[in-house]
Design a protein around this ligand. Structure first.
Ligand SMILES: *[C@@H]1O[C@H](CO)[C@@H](O)[C@H](O)[C@H]1NC(C)=O
Ligand SMILES: *[C@@H]1O[C@H](CO)[C@@H](O)[C@H](O)[C@H]1NC(C)=O
Length: 134
């Protein structure tokens, strides 16, 4: 019993060490996910485009990581039970930027969510463009 317990703690430490040495990636996008495990806030750069305005590169915090997914057979139809979690925003704040060179009559502001906390969770179609079917 004592042996099993210390074994479990050993596993936890290894997991934590891997997690921390990987760190929370802070590089901008373009760096691969590599060996990063877990789901965390990560800096991400993207291009904001709006018709009638010039584009603007924005660096912000987004969610990045890996989450557990499994499927298993069950007795009742549809015979497969699935557990699909994605690394998604848990808490956000809205940030607004003003786009350059907008045509007259075009509202130049653009608002986007900044990740404050990310978690493995079900993808909510109410807040996220989830890939729900192909
Ligand atoms: C954020 O995480 C907490 C704790 O896990 C959970 O209770 C809550 O429902 C989550 N909120 C959202 C919006 O996902
Ligand atoms: C905005 O327009 C001016 C004049 O046409 C141009 O010189 C400048 O490069 C433009 N800025 C952007 C960010 O497109």
């Amino acid at each position: 019993m004592a042996l099993m317990k210390s074994g479990a703690q050993g596993f936890f430490c290894v997991f934590l060490a891997v997690f921390l040495s990987g760190g929370f990636p802070t590089e901008a996008s373009g760096v691969s996910l590599g060996r990063f495990i877990g789901c965390a806030v990560r800096e991400f750069t993207f291009m904001v485009r709006k018709p009638g305005c010039a584009g603007l590169h924005i660096t912000t915090d987004a969610c990045w990581g890996r989450c557990e997914t499994w499927q298993k057979p069950v007795l009742e139809p549809p015979y497969i039970e699935s557990h699909q979690r994605v690394c998604t925003y848990n808490q956000t704040r809205l940030e607004t930027v003003v786009l350059p060179n907008c045509s007259a009559g075009v509202e130049p502001s653009y608002s986007f969510p900044v990740a404050l906390r990310c978690d493995c969770a079900v993808c909510l179609t109410s807040t996220t463009e989830c890939i729900t079917s192909v």
